[in-house]
Design a protein around this ligand. Structure first.
Ligand code: ADP
Ligand code: MG
Ligand code: ZN
Length: 476
């Protein structure tokens, strides 16, 4: 009988924090920017410079720890992880080994199989490295230090996951908590969230874990799922053929659908870690911890329950809207302004989702303001514009966040409510379409649809279709 194998997975997740400035200097953390323009002597590792911890980094790290049920280390330190690489100008990275800021947490995930806790071993703070740019300028490599010193937290899970579905549920849960905290935008594609997957297999029922490998370079959920499947198979094949899995770091090539060895796994002792003598120890007071606790937002689960009670919109809408903190904020503020939860939800669920999909955008990228959406809803409610015009205006608003009231006025899009003008248009349509008129009079009720359409066209779309319908019926 073929042997059964169990997959064991633990994740190391790096998250770039949303601070305006770097972790140990005042340089900007903005993404992009001409190479080496967001730099100073500190983040380029000049001798004689001194790092100073950005307090906001500590605050975000603690906030993430609280949201993931960790114990916060009240007296912490930074350590130097020593290694040479051209993107690391100090020849060491400032990180935390001995006293990470948070420990022993957990998050609850939900999959088809039900709910489950995934343990968090620790969360530590560290600085990001620069970026090497290959093949852009003749046959040499260049280095850009803009990213050097951007603050990161690394969230290390326990080896509690057993398949790709759990891994993705775990990552989505972390992303949601962190986005709700505003601590990062967590975009895998842009690298503000990066996951390294540690994976081993063992015979079902075995007491000990097997030897693990670590896979890097995974920048989408799809790549993660494929890498897990590929690596599980590779390890099982090795074991079945009597070979051993080697503990190493592997690079996943999503295009080829296979991984290859990058380097043998290094141990902590290889890095000659020691406490960084340039930074003072971190002490977190009771007052500050209480403040950070008090500032924790309403997270998704609670928000979903409240929406159900407070707004009476469908569960599906709640699921989508709360799936993005930005969309949830937009929804709540628009409802506060116009008092129409169902209508606001409709604009988000239909037109907004359609445009996001069409343009391959994230809900986080929505740029229109709650004020403008509320105005648009009022324009429709007050019958100043009809549904078709509203959709056209919305599309412009989605792109440029225009003020719909001003736009409608400038472009003369207001519904013509002058009954005289409308009557004249209807008369002309009746005169020009004797065939449809006859059909209607002979009992073909559907013919009126065509006549309404013709009248709307004559009015350049700026009529109330209900009113046109009524007038047509009257005059026929
Ligand atoms: P290191 O310090 O060598 O990087 P850690 O013990 O910190 O190793 O573990 C790193 C990650 O690997 C953690 O997320 C952990 O859950 C995971 N891990 C550890 N052992 C295994 C294993 N046998 N199989 C799968 N994952 C593992
Ligand atoms: Mg590690
Ligand atoms: Zn700097």
């Amino acid at each position: 009988m073929a042997k059964q194998y169990e997959t064991v997975i633990g994740l190391e997740v790096h998250v770039e924090l949303a601070t305006k400035t770097k972790i140990f200097c005042g340089c900007s953390t903005a993404f992009g920017g001409a190479p080496n323009t967001h730099t100073c002597p500190v983040c380029t590792g000049m001798p004689g410079t001194l790092p100073v911890l950005n307090k906001k980094v500590l605050e975000y790290a603690v906030a993430v720890g609280l949201a993931t049920n960790c114990t916060v280390t009240r007296y912490g330190k930074f350590d130097r992880k020593n290694y040479f690489y051209p993107d690391n100008p100090q020849n060491y990275q400032i990180s935390q080994l001995y006293l990470p800021i948070c420990r022993d947490g957990s998050v609850e995930i939900e999959t088809e199989a039900g709910k489950k806790q995934v343990g968090i071993h620790e969360i530590h703070m560290e600085e990001d490295a620069g970026k090497l740019i290959h093949d852009e300028w003749e046959d040499c490599s260049l280095v850009d230090y803009n990213r050097s010193g951007v603050p990161l937290i690394e969230i290390v899970s326990e080896p509690d996951m057993r398949n790709a579905e759990e891994v993705i549920a775990y990552l989505e849960k972390l992303r949601m908590l962190i986005q709700y905290l505003g601590a990062s935008d967590c975009k895998l594609q842009e690298g503000s969230m990066r996951a390294d997957v540690n994976l081993s297999v063992r015979e079902a029922g075995a007491a000990e874990f097997g030897t693990r490998t670590e896979m890097k370079n995974l920048n989408s959920f799809r790549a993660i799922a494929r890498a897990i499947e590929g690596e599980r198979e590779r390890q099982i094949e090795l074991i079945e053929s009597g070979q051993k899995v080697v503990q190493e770091t592997r690079r996943w090539d999503d295009g080829k659908g296979e991984s290859y060895a990058m380097r043998s796994k290094e141990d902590a002792q290889d890095y000659r870690y020691f406490p960084d003598p340039d930074l003072a120890p971190i002490v977190i007071s009771d007052e500050w911890l209480a403040e950070i606790k008090a500032a924790q937002p309403e997270f998704r689960t609670e928000k979903m329950a409240r929406y159900k009670k407070e707004y009476g919109i469908p569960d599906y809408d709640i699921e989508i809207i709360t799936g993005s903190k930005h969309m949830a904020d937009l929804f709540e503020e628009t409802v506060r302004l116009c008092g129409e939860p169902k209508k606001v939800s409709n604009w988000l669920m239909v037109e907004t989702l359609r445009l996001l999909k069409e343009r391959g955008m994230d809900p986080e990228d929505i740029c229109f303001s709650p004020e403008n959406l509320a105005k648009l809803i009022r324009l429709v409610d007050g019958k100043s514009i009809n549904g078709t015009v509203a959709k056209e205006v919305f599309e412009i608003m989605f792109e440029k966040d225009i003020d719909p009231e001003k736009y409608v006025e400038e472009k003369g899009l207001e519904t013509v409510s002058d009954e005289g003008a409308l009557r004249r248009a209807v008369e002309e349509v009746i005169a020009a379409n004797p065939k449809s008129v006859e059909d209607y009079r002979n009992g073909k009720g559907k013919a009126i649809g065509f006549l309404v359409g013709q009248t709307m066209k004559a009015m350049k779309g700026k009529a109330d279709p209900g009113m046109v319908n009524r007038l047509l019926k009257e005059m026929l």
